[in-house]
Design a protein around this ligand. Structure first.
Ligand code: ATP
Length: 652
C-alpha cells in the first residue's frame, strides 16, 4: 500500500501531485515512538502477558498429547482426568490473560491517543483566526476527532498484532520440537495461503479508506447544508432537485462501497475457514501416514493439528501488520501536520499587561497589512478547494499606510465604502492579525508586547452577526465573566435593553439560545452580545454596528444599549447610523485601504469630499429618515421607519 490517505471530497486526477494526500515525512516513526515513552511500563507488562498467553496456547496441545498417548492409549483414567482438568484450567487462565492483554493494549492505545488529542486541541485553539477562515470546519473536526478515533483503533490493532508475532514464534518452535518434517511442510504451504490472503486484506483496506472518504464527504456536505444558515441559503437559493441528486449520488457511493466491503470481508472469513480446514486435512493426511509408518504417536499428530489451527489466526493478523503500521504512521502524521503549523500570532516572552479599568488610547502608525495567504496559515489538506493554491495565490495589500489616533475614552467612527478596509482595521485592534509593517499601539504599548490575557480583558468586540453558543442565555453571558452574580447578569441585560425580553420568556435566563435554541432576532442577538460585553467590561470597545435585519424597534433598543456600552470607553465603531457618526469625536473615512478624510461630521460635510458624497448618496433615498439629523434624537426613544435598502455609504 502507498503510505497515503486521501482527503474527502476532492477529485484527483491520476498524475496530479496532490496536496490533499498526506505524505509521511522523515522522522515520523521516531516521533510516533516518542509517544510510547510515558507508557513504557505498560508496554513491558503487555509483552509479558503476550508471552504468557503464547505459552498457554502451546501448552494445551502438549496436554492433549499426554492425554491421548499416556491416558487413552494406555488406558489410564487418572491421566485422562488430570490432563482434561489441566486443559480446562489453562483455558480459564488463557481467557483471563487475553482480557488483561486487551485492557493493557486499550490503556496504551487510548493513553497515546489522549496525549495526541489534547496536544492537538491545545495547538489548534492557539492558531490565528486566519487559519480558521481558511479551513473547512468539517474537515478540521474530522481530523481532530474521527481520524484520531481511527488512529486509536489501528493503533490498538497494531498492538494486538504484536502479540501474534510472539504467538507465531512460540508455536513454530513447538511444531519443530514435535515434528520437524510437518513443521517444515507447514512453513512451505503457509505462503500459498498467505498470498491471496494479503490481496484480500489490501482490497479491504482500499475499500475502507474509500468508505471513510465517502462518509466524510457526505458528512462535510451535510454539515454545511444542514446548519441553520446553510439550510436557509439552500431553501432560498438552492436547486432542490440537483441537491437531492447530489445527496443520492453520494449515498449511492456509500452503499456501493459498503456492499463491496461486506463481500470482501466475507471473503476473508471464508478464506480463513478454508485455510484452517485444508490445513487440518493436510496434517491428518500426511501425519496419519507418518503415524501408520510409526514415525510418531497419535497424540503428537493431534497436538500438531491443534497447534496449526492456533497459528492461522496470528499469521493472518501478522500479514496485515505492516499495512496497519503504515496506516498508524499516516494517521499520526496527519495530526503532526497540524501540530507543525506554527501560530502566526504568538505571545512574546515577558509580555506586559495593561493597567486595569483605565481606558487606554489606540494608535495606528504607518500600518500596512495584507491577509495571509493559505500557504502561510493553513494546510492544503484542510481546505476544500484548491484553486487558489494552484494559481499561486498572492494576497493584495488591504491597508496601505494607515495612521490615526483614538484618544482615551473617545469615540471614533469608521465609515467608507464596502471593502474599504474598516473591518480589517478593527481586526488589528483585537490582534486577530498582526500588521505587516507599522505599529498598532494600545495605551502606548505595541500590541505585540501585550499579554494575550491583558488584551482579551482590554478589548471587547461586538460584531454585526453576534454568535451565541447552543446553550442557555445564562451560560452564554457567563462566558464573558464566569463569576458574575445573578444581579450582575440582570443589570447587564437591562443595560443592553434585553432584560424585558428575557423576563418574558418562560425559562428566563435558562432559555436555550444559539443555533438550535430559542430563535432570537438579529437585534436581540446583538443586544445579548452587548450584555456579554457589559459583563466583560472592557476598556476598549470595537463594534460593528448592525445594519441589516433589525426591525425599527430593536434598532432603537440596540442604540440605547450602545449608549451604555460605549460610555467611558475608548471606542472604535464601524458606523452605519447617523446618530453614532454625529456623536463620534472623530470620523475616519476609509477608502482603498487608507484614511482618506478625517474630522467631525460637520467638518467633513463642509470639505465636500468623499464623506459628503457618501452622505448625500444616502440622503438620495427620501425614505431614509434615519439619516436625517433632526430625527436623530427621537430615534433612540421611538421606533421609526427604516430604509428599505441599506445605505451603501457607511459600511457594508
Ligand atoms: N479573511 C480575509 N482574507 C482575505 N481577504 C480578506 C479577508 N477579509 C477581508 N478581506 C478583503 O479585505 C478587503 C477589506 O475588507 P474589510 O472587510 O476590511 O472591508 P470593510 O470596509 O469592512 O467592508 P464592509 O463594509 O463591506 O464590511 C476586502 O477587499 C476584502 O475582500
Amino acid at each position: 500500500m502507498d503510505v497515503v490517505l486521501r482527503f474527502e471530497g476532492v477529485d484527483k486526477s491520476e498524475h496530479d501531485p496532490d496536496p490533499w494526500v498526506t505524505k509521511v515525512r522523515k522522522g515520523t516513526v521516531r516521533r510516533v515512538l516518542a509517544y510510547f515513552r510515558p507508557h513504557v511500563g505498560k508496554v513491558a507488562l503487555f509483552v509479558l502477558v503476550a508471552v504468557l498467553e503464547a505459552l498457554i496456547v502451546v501448552a494445551t496441545p502438549l496436554l492433549l498429547k499426554e492425554l491421548i498417548d499416556n491416558g487413552i492409549v494406555k488406558n489410564d483414567l487418572g491421566v485422562v482426568i488430570w490432563m482434561a482438568v489441566l486443559t480446562a484450567g489453562l483455558a480459564f487462565l488463557g481467557a483471563a490473560l487475553a482480557l488483561l492483554s486487551g485492557y493493557i493494549s486499550g490503556k496504551i492505545g487510548e493513553g497515546i491517543t489522549y496525549d495526541l488529542r489534547v496536544q492537538a486541541l491545545d495547538h489548534v485553539r492557539r492558531l490565528p483566526i486566519a487559519f480558521f477562515t481558511r479551513t473547512q470546519t468539517g474537515v478540521l473536526v474530522g481530523r481532530l476527532h474521527t481520524e484520531l478515533i481511527m488512529a486509536q483503533q489501528h493503533f490498538t490493532g497494531l498492538l494486538m498484532a504484536a502479540t501474534s508475532l510472539v504467538m507465531v514464534v512460540v508455536v513454530l518452535a513447538e511444531l519443530f520440537y514435535l515434528s520437524w518434517l510437518v513443521a517444515a511442510i507447514s512453513l512451505l504451504i503457509i505462503p500459498i495461503f498467505l498470498v491471496p490472503w494479503i490481496r484480500v486484506g489490501r482490497a479491504i483496506q482500499r475499500r475502507s479508506i474509500r468508505q471513510m472518504d465517502e462518509n466524510a464527504g457526505l458528512g462535510g456536505l451535510l454539515q454545511e447544508r444542514f446548519n441553520v444558515q446553510g439550510a436557509m441559503l439552500s431553501k432560498l437559493f438552492g436547486r432542490p432537485d440537483e441537491e437531492m441528486a447530489e445527496y443520492t449520488e453520494r449515498a449511492g457511493k456509500i452503499r456501493e462501497v459498503g456492499v463491496s466491503l461486506a463481500v470482501w470481508g466475507r471473503m476473508a472469513f471464508v478464506m480463513m475457514a478454508l485455510m484452517a480446514s485444508l490445513a487440518t486435512a493436510l496434517v491428518y493426511g500426511i501425519g496419519g501416514g507418518l503415524v501408520l509408518a510409526g514415525a510418531f504417536q497419535l497424540g503428537t499428530l493431534v497436538a500438531i493439528a491443534t497447534l496449526l489451527g492456533r497459528m492461522f489466526g496470528p499469521i493472518t493478523q501478522l500479514s496485515g501488520m505492516q499495512e496497519l503500521a503504515q496506516t498508524v504512521v499516516v494517521s499520526f502524521s496527519r495530526v503532526f501536520e497540524l501540530l507543525d503549523l506554527k501560530p502566526l500570532i504568538q505571545e512574546r516572552p515577558g509580555a506586559v499587561a495593561l493597567e486595569k479599568d483605565v481606558a487606554p488610547d489606540i494608535e495606528f502608525e504607518n500600518v500596512k497589512f495584507r491577509y495571509p495567504t493559505a500557504d502561510e496559515v493553513s494546510l492544503a489538506s484542510l481546505e476544500h478547494l484548491r484553486t487558489e493554491r494552484e494559481r499561486g495565490e498572492v494576497s493584495p495589500d488591504v491597508l496601505r499606510d494607515v495612521s490615526f489616533h483614538v484618544g482615551a475614552g473617545t469615540l471614533t467612527a469608521l465609515v467608507g465604502p464596502s471593502g474599504a478596509g474598516k473591518s480589517t482595521i478593527t481586526h488589528l485592534v483585537s490582534r486577530l492579525y498582526d500588521p505587516n509593517a507599522g505599529t498598532v499601539r494600545v495605551g502606548g504599548h505595541d500590541l505585540r508586547d501585550l499579554s494575550f490575557a491583558s488584551l482579551r480583558e482590554t478589548v471587547g468586540v461586538v460584531s454585526q452577526d453576534a454568535y451565541l453558543f447552543h446553550n442557555t442565555i445564562r451560560e452564554n453571558l457567563l462566558y464573558a465573566r464566569p463569576t458574575a452574580t445573578e444581579e450582575e447578569l440582570i443589570e447587564a441585560c437591562k443595560g443592553a435593553q434585553i432584560w424585558d425580553l428575557i423576563e418574558s420568556l418562560p425559562l428566563g435566563l435558562d432559555t436555550v439560545s444559539g443555533d438550535r435554541g430559542y430563535r432570537m432576532s438579529g437585534g436581540e442577538k446583538q443586544r445579548l452580545a452587548i450584555a456579554r460585553l457589559l459583563l466583560k467590561a472592557p476598556t476598549i470597545v470595537v463594534l460593528d454596528e448592525a445594519t441589516a435585519h433589525l426591525d425599527s424597534e430593536s434598532e432603537a433598543a440596540v442604540q440605547r444599549a450602545l449608549k451604555t456600552a460605549l460610555r467611558n470607553r475608548t471606542s472604535l465603531v464601524i458606523a452605519h447610523r447617523l446618530s453614532t457618526i454625529r456623536e463620534a469625536d472623530q470620523i475616519l473615512v476609509i477608502d482603498g485601504g487608507g484614511v482618506r478624510e478625517r474630522g467631525t461630521h460637520d467638518e467633513l460635510l463642509a470639505q465636500g469630499g468623499l464623506y459628503a458624497e457618501l452622505y448625500y448618496t444616502q440622503f438620495a433615498d427620501p425614505a431614509n429618515d434615519a439619516a436625517k439629523p433632526e430625527v436623530e434624537e427621537a430615534e433612540l426613544d421611538e421606533p421609526e421607519p427604516q430604509p428599505a435598502i441599506q445605505p451603501i455609504g457607511f459600511g457594508g
